[in-house]
Design a protein around this ligand. Structure first.
Ligand code: MN
Length: 250
């Protein structure tokens, strides 16, 4: 038996079936400690709690519910519970894809990035809401059994999206572009006061750029996207002199 230490979390909350699936697969590779939000914390990105305390509830051996965000779960796990940096931080399996620009909003991805910042090898897993958990187990097991052989420089994570049905395999994919439209609904409550509902009716619409994550899952592949924390644009940085010259001239 290997002595890997693996922290598993998610953003859908401790009672999400996807978390159970991921923890079960991970248990083949080491000691799994689950620290997950005690409620749905989707679309909370990398938020952390600076102005309120956190409570941890031990629900069983190596299984904890935290009343904070996914990043809080990683921080409490790494900095307080585990006693050392885990070898892996695995986040998910999210109920629904995290494709294209959704990675900015995703708490699933946020937790994986935090794991990476804490020095662990980290990945975010998401799946079509109609996805099959048994199929996902097989493919995630294959990924985890080989991902230590993959080159992953510091400040990078893997973002995986699993399609419904039987996946064709893994496909390296870039980020697609998501179209945002009509995603704030204005309604009126019973007292006649307007309220607003972000993410109302109508699902996301993806451009399905060739080579993108959205195209990959659409075609039945598991999209595999290396994401990095450094968002600075290399192509614009390369033109630094021109930009500075323009802005700095009298
Ligand atoms: Mn979620």
């Amino acid at each position: 038996m290997h002595d890997r230490l693996i922290l598993v979390t998610n953003d859908d909350g401790l009672w999400s079936p996807g978390l159970e699936t991921l923890a079960e697969v991970a248990s083949s590779f080491g000691r799994v400690v689950v620290v997950a939000p005690d409620r749905n914390r989707s679309a909370i990105s990398s938020a952390m709690s600076l102005h309120n305390i956190l409570r941890l509830h031990e629900l069983g051996t190596d299984r904890y519910a935290c009343d904070g965000t996914p990043v809080d779960c990683v921080l409490v796990g790494v900095r307080s519970l585990l006693g050392r940096t885990p070898d892996w931080v695995l986040s998910g399996i999210n109920h629904g894809f995290n494709l294209g620009e959704d990675v900015f909003y995703s708490g699933t991805v946020g937790a994986a990035f935090e794991g990476c910042l804490q020095g662990a090898r980290a990945a975010a897993f998401s799946m079509d809401i109609q996805g099959d958990h048994d199929a996902a187990k097989l493919w995630i097991h294959r990924f985890l059994s080989r991902w230590e052989q993959l080159d992953l420089p510091p400040n990078r994570i893997w973002n995986l999206n699993i399609p419904k049905g039987e996946p064709q395999g893994f496909r390296m994919a870039g980020q697609d572009n998501r179209k945002y439209h009509d995603n704030v609904e204005r309604r009126t409550d019973p007292r006649g006061v307007p309220y607003y509902w972000v993410g109302g009716e109508g699902g996301p619409e993806y451009a399905r750029v060739p080579g993108s994550d959205a195209e990959a899952v659409q075609e039945g592949w598991i999209s595999l996207t290396p994401l990095r924390l450094d968002l600075a644009c290399p192509e614009l940085m390369a033109k630094g002199g021109d930009t500075e010259g323009l802005l700095n001239q009298d």
